[in-house]
Design a binder for this molecule. Sequence first.
Ligand SMILES: C[S@@+](CC[C@H](N)C(=O)[O-])C[C@H]1O[C@@H](n2cnc3c(N)ncnc32)[C@H](O)[C@@H]1O
Length: 274
Amino acid sequence: MKPAQIERTPFADLDRQPREMTTMLLAALEEMGRHPEIRRVRNTAMQALRPAAGWRVLDAGSGAGDVARWIATEVGPAGEVIALDYSAATIAAAVERHDGSNVRYTTGDVSAIDLPSDNVDGVWCERVLQHIDDADLAIAELIRVTRPGGRVCLIDTDWSSLAFDGVPPRLARTVVSGMHGRLTPRQVDMGRTLRRRLVGKGLSDVSATPVTCVFGDPASAAVVLPMVNPMVPEQAWMTAPGVREKWFSHVDEAGARGDFLAVLTIWAVAGTVA
Ligand SMILES: C[S@@+](CC[C@H](N)C(=O)[O-])C[C@H]1O[C@@H](n2cnc3c(N)ncnc32)[C@H](O)[C@@H]1O
């Protein structure tokens, strides 16, 4: 029998994407990082990680490196951040954005980290595990490289929590289920599984905070939600012809009336390594 094919997302291997696609995705990630709701998620996660001055922290799947540079300010000049990402193009883009802070950028796989055991005081892993074939294997690696008493902080989305108001409910359901058809099973509910995964690996002092991001207008939502972003090409839509146009016309009308609403829960989960 043929083994089941593992579904991949573009973020699973950015270097295999056309260069323009990688550039576009990185720009989108940076814009997301500036969004007030994503900043609220990150502030929640930072409080859960509790990095101290002098800590050595691994940012696993660091993207453009904006969080790594922020953590570097938290751990101060005596600390260090290792920004690790699978994609060489992404690490090159992060290096271009370097601001002189104490960040070391490196390519690597979160599922086989090239660091000794007990090497870091803390780990940040944001919106990465939903793109990984075996999230538990990656989490085991994150725990392995963290010293006893160190903290592991995981942040991920629950795409199945996505909901809209101000637009016709049936149309919203069609659009959301079309998007869910494009998601891998891991992406649908990774956020809510993180607490179970850390508890199962024996971490203590586990905190799990669902941050429900609220988008009160289409322009704000478009930064985080692809189905509200008119720049996402029509080919990426898995809905019947005409649905996209109808959807955007209702989204625009709701925006003009001021009653557009979208909500999405992102989880910030952290625990202490035994
Ligand atoms: C959605 S982005 C999130 C980036 C960043 N953490 C943020 O929140 O802005 C996912 C990142 O994980 C990286 N990634 C995917 N699979 C990886 C793996 N196996 N090991 C390390 N990084 C990986 C991708 O290259 C990408 O930069």
